[in-house]
Design a protein around this ligand. Structure first.
Ligand code: ADP
Ligand code: TYD
Length: 208
């Protein structure tokens, strides 16, 4: 058993199947695994989530979003992620800092340097393994909006925005090949989950 848990994240465009896959991986890995999500994952961060995901698309500028997502992440890290990892628990998070790099850093102007500076200053942690679920944005958007969660502020930016995000995530995977694995999300949930589990088992057995 490692004296520090493994940190695994799921990333991708809205509706790509991240939450489904994160849940399925937790079920496969079983005990000593914590499922969490962003924005959210701690009491304070869940409150910030409500501010970010509802309302008009122009409610916040990209710069303000960077601050709010990073504030939520800092609380999530302090209250949930770090204590679990220190206790030897595997933490599986539905989104983390890569979402800020792409959603805020590469869609409404080039703000990536700002995102990176704030990340270094306030977060300073990267996952051990990141699954980027890749999907045709038109299919993913239909899946996402069909859920009717009332948390659609980012879906409401439209299809072109989702296309930009897709390219952003694929570019990120090319930049960080040591921890990022691109997974084809356009298959049945079980097919996707099998590929994800194989990579996760590999990573965990190397780590223990
Ligand atoms: P995300 O967390 O990326 O937004 P979800 O896991 O919530 O995506 O999935 C979005 C919707 O698509 C849900 O209604 C879910 O049941 C459905 N879904 C998830 N994975 C698949 C898949 N592989 N094939 C078809 N539908 C899927
Ligand atoms: P989520 O509930 O995972 O949405 P979905 O299920 O549609 O993928 O995440 C909420 C939204 O917040 C999603 O549209 C992506 C966005 N987001 C950012 O813009 N920046 C971030 O740093 C994070 C964590 C999420």
């Amino acid at each position: 058993m490692a004296d520090h848990g493994h940190f695994i994240t799921f990333e991708g465009i809205d509706g790509s199947g991240k939450s489904t896959q994160a849940r399925m991986l937790v079920d496969r890995l079983g005990a000593q695994t914590l499922l969490t999500r962003e924005p959210g994952g701690s009491e304070g961060a869940e409150e910030i989530r409500g501010l970010l995901l509802s309302g008009d698309t122009d409610r916040w500028s990209a710069e303000t979003e960077i601050l709010l997502f990073t504030a939520a992440r800092r609380d999530h890290l302090e209250k949930t992620i770090e204590p679990a990892l220190a206790a030897g628990t595997t933490v599986i998070s539905d989104r983390f800092a890569d979402s800020t790099r792409v959603y805020q850093g590469a869609t409404r102007g080039d703000l990536r340097a700002t995102v990176d500076q704030l990340h270094t200053l306030m977060i300073g942690r990267e996952p051990d393994l990141t699954f980027i679920i890749d999907m045709d944005p038109a299919i993913a958007l239909k899946r996402g909006l069909a859920r009717e969660t009332g948390e659609d502020r980012f879906e409401d930016f439209g299809l072109a925005f989702q296309e930009t995000l897709r390219h952003g995530f694929l570019a990120l995977a090319r930049d960080m090949p040591n921890r990022c694995v691109v997974i084809d999300g356009n298959r049945t949930p079980e097919q996707v989950a099998s590929e994800v589990a194989a990579h996760a088992m590999d990573a965990l057995s190397v780590a223990v």
